[in-house]
Ligand binder design. Sequence first.
Ligand SMILES: [Zn+2]
Length: 214
Amino acid sequence: MRLILLGPPGAGKGTQAKFLVERLQIPQISTGDMLRAAVKDGTPLGRDAKQYMDRGALVPDEIIIGLVRERLQRPDCARGYILDGFPRTVTQAEALGKTLEALHASLDHVVSLEVPTEDLVLRIAGRRTCRNCGAMYHVRFSPSQTDGRCDACGGPTYQREDDREETVRRRLAVYADQTAPLISLYEAQGLLRRVPGTGEIGEIFHRITTALGA
Ligand SMILES: [Zn+2]
């Protein structure tokens, strides 16, 4: 099964992807991991990518798409895969379509994990991280026993810059702007499966597998 998993920050995409990998026995392909691996292995595309990353610049689409093309031809992708974090734009989606065509393959489903913005803000802005050991807490859903102190090591907990409410709202707005055209595109192709991402984790997974017929 060839899948794309879409979802805003805080939607629980990572958790659900892990469940899907186990259930379907197919790899999760994340462009972030792929870029890091290619750079580490010093492949030609990895070396190109590194020049941009070293400057703090965005890695151009051609390089990302090249990496995806290579990755999809590995033996572990024979039974399918879950694309995570790619495509992000319509341009990337079109390039992916061409790549798949050249490989005589096609997508089966595009899962859009949908969570209301206010729920996402609550989920992310409530996170607290231990400065010492990196343990994560949530002021509402999994608070530490003593406010502001880590249960594991006693270190101070704090709110990461990325988790501040205004930063979260900005990230979510950017995500929505970027993804809306992608969602319309896959909806028009009849591939989009909208899955509500609220409620219990197991229940959400059940909704996803039902939508996939898996
Ligand atoms: Zn700690």
